[in-house]
Design a protein around this ligand. Structure first.
Ligand code: NAI
Length: 331
């Protein structure tokens, strides 16, 4: 019998939290045989709502759910956790400058970094969802120096899944038959969704997306902007930001990281760059990765054309700017 794993969700009283915790309790994140204990953190103004979520988790009688900790105390929330999903953050409000939002989030992630470093399980895996996701993850890494850099990641799997979805809609094929798109860079509108290595399983075997969709204008234009701006399109349609797809993609991210990617398939994750693909080291940048034995590694040696190079550099430059903005907030 497997021992339960402790999974922290911060911002658990929010929209994504409400979609995410039942998925985790049903086994969508760690598999159908892995019991879990959920740790849910939010801030005092949300304590009532957080308790309501705890009540619903009890009422749902999930067989895999072995306990629920709902708290506004960051130390209690982080204690002994094996997986930390960082969804809590300060949203951008009307009239706020980018620097003000950055400043709020940098101080949240600096504080939570220390709590995780001191109280989480030593091999804790961290996924940052809250925006600016890459830079929040970088701050978390910098202020939790004893957590290995490879254990700190950010979510670009939603963008990756959106790219798969767009290709499957365009070709009218099953989304599960499309693979190996790549999201490079920042989880922002400068991200580069790249289909140059993507393939589709057809009845005549596996074919490159570039062969099946000969319309380069669409692939180099509308496809990219649709994926980049999908978040805004959801807000426009729903009057709320994407929550179920964000929650589902967070499950996919941890699932594949812990349990491995299928042979011949890669996924996109925001990870600490080591200079791969000439991206400056020291950024949290989204790369194509494969996972095995609980560790990710960047897919090496993919050919990068000039069009891609420009887009990969542009999103890296934005991340470098965000990094210096974050540091100026700390100063
Ligand atoms: P929300 O506003 O509904 O929920 C956020 C929750 O965080 C609230 O309950 C709030 O009280 C809580 N919170 C604020 N400060 C906190 C702190 N210091 N500690 C713990 N909890 C805290 O927002 P929603 O829609 O759930 O989105 C959450 C974040 O995820 C946002 O930053 C959003 O931009 C980001 N996001 C990222 C995506 C990605 O693909 N990386 C996709 C969609 C959203």
């Amino acid at each position: 019998k497997q021992e339960p794993l402790r999974v922290l969700v911060t911002g658990a009283a929010g929209q994504i939290g409400y979609a995410l915790v039942p998925m985790i309790a049903r086994g969508a994140m760690l598999g159908p045989n892995q019991p879990v204990i959920l740790h849910m953190l939010d801030i005092p103004p949300a304590a009532g709502a957080l308790n309501g979520v705890k009540m619903e988790l009890i009422d749902a009688a999930f067989p895999l759910l072995k306990g629920v900790v709902a708290t506004t105390d960051v130390v209690e929330a982080c204690s002994g956790v094996n997986i930390a999903i960082m969804v809590g953050g300060f949203p951008r409000k009307e009239g706020m400058e980018r620097k003000d939002v950055m400043s709020k989030n940098v101080s949240i992630y600096k504080a939570q970094a220390s709590a995780l470093e001191q109280h989480a399980a030593p091999d804790c895996k961290v996924l940052v969802v809250a925006n600016p996701a890459n830079t929040n993850a970088l701050i978390l890494k910098e202020f939790a120096p004893s957590i290995p850099a490879k254990n700190i990641t950010c979510l670009t799997r939603l963008d990756h899944n959106r790219a798969l979805g767009q290709i499957s809609e365009r070709l009218n094929v099953q989304v599960s038959d499309v693979k190996n798109v790549i999201i490079w860079g920042n989880h922002s509108s400068t991200q580069y969704p790249d289909v140059n290595h993507a393939t589709v399983i057809t009845k005549d075997g596996e074919k490159p997306v570039r062969e099946l969709i000969a319309d380069d204008k669409w692939l180099n234009g509308e496809f990219i902007t649709t994926v980049q701006q999908r978040g805004a399109a959801i807000i426009k349609a729903r009057k709320l930001s994407s929550a179920l797809s964000a929650a589902s993609s967070a499950c996919d991210h941890i699932h594949d990281w812990v349990l491995g990617t299928p042979k011949g398939t890669w996924v996109s994750m925001g990870v600490y760059s080591d200079g791969a693909y000439d991206i400056q080291p020291g950024l949290i940048y989204s790369f194509p990765v494969t996972c095995e034995n609980g560790e990710w590694s960047i897919v090496q040696g993919l050919k990068i054309d000039e069009f891609s190079r420009g887009k990969m550099n542009a999103t890296a430059n934005e991340l470098a700017e965000e990094k210096s903005l974050a540091y100026s907030c700390l100063a």
